[in-house]
Design a protein around this ligand. Structure first.
Ligand SMILES: Cc1cc2nc3c(=O)[nH]c(=O)nc-3n(C[C@H](O)[C@H](O)[C@H](O)COP(=O)(O)O)c2cc1C
Length: 211
């Protein structure tokens, strides 16, 4: 079998068990260069549920972590926050972020994690996704929610990043009562299964396996 034919049959076999071909190609190229794909986990979290998942993904994959923060704050009170977030969404507001990712060009895979706010990502994530060129990158979405799952967020990501490969997203039950539901053993198992299922082969950090 020629090199190209064996590569094609490997990719077909990988696709048949649900691994993403564009991701595998990017990963295979990185491995030929003796590297793993460089990965970033970008997250926004008000009360810690999404941040907890982001930190677990970081441990499992060896990705760098970037926490989005806005220059304006949200009220401590839940109802006031939902009112403000609703206004921001209706007005198409783009919050200013306090920090930038200076080396975005270095990342092949970007996990994006957010709480579901009014059916999609908080507007801070729209600011983030519009600030960089994600063409050719693999985007892996995850969200925490209280019933709406991923909502329309993946469609919104696709609209902003039409030249990216978007892998299957994960939604996990979170909470807004101050508890961290995503720290439970069952939530952590769901994250592990999802990372393995989308075919991400990172370089786990110490401690990832014993979680
Ligand atoms: C402004 C705001 C809007 C929300 N909108 C929704 C929603 O539309 N659907 C939903 O299921 N949960 C909604 N939630 C609940 C959050 O998605 C949920 O509590 C999430 O786990 C919080 O994540 P965090 O702890 O990382 O901030 C909303 C919460 C807030 C603060």
């Amino acid at each position: 079998m020629t090199h190209n034919a064996s590569r094609r049959s490997f990719l077909a076999a990988a696709a048949s068990i649900g691994l993403s071909v564009p991701f595998l190609v990017a990963n295979a190229r990185a491995q030929q260069r003796g590297e793993h794909s460089r990965m970033l986990v970008a997250c926004f979290s008000r009360t810690g549920n999404t941040r907890t998942v982001a930190e677990q993904v970081q441990l499992l994959t060896g990705a760098d972590l970037f926490a989005l923060k806005t220059t304006h704050s949200y009220p401590a009170e839940y109802r006031a926050t939902t009112d403000q977030a609703k206004r921001e969404q209706q007005e198409g507001f783009r919050p200013q972020l306090t920090e930038q990712v200076d080396n975005m060009a270095d990342y092949d895979v970007v996990f994006v994690g957010y709480p579901n706010w009014w059916g999609t990502m908080p507007m801070a994530f729209f600011s983030f996704l519009e600030a960089y060129d994600f063409a050719g990158k693999t985007i892996v979405p995850f969200c925490t929610h209280e019933g709406s799952r991923l909502g329309r967020s993946v469609r919104d990501i696709e609209a902003i990043c039409p030249q990216s490969t978007i892998l299957e997203g994960l939604s996990l039950r979170g909470a807004s009562d101050g508890s961290i539901r995503t720290a439970s053993a069952s939530a952590q198992e769901a994250v592990r299964d999802w990372v393995a299922g989308v075919g991400i082969q990172g370089k786990p950090r110490a401690g990832a396996m014993s979680q």
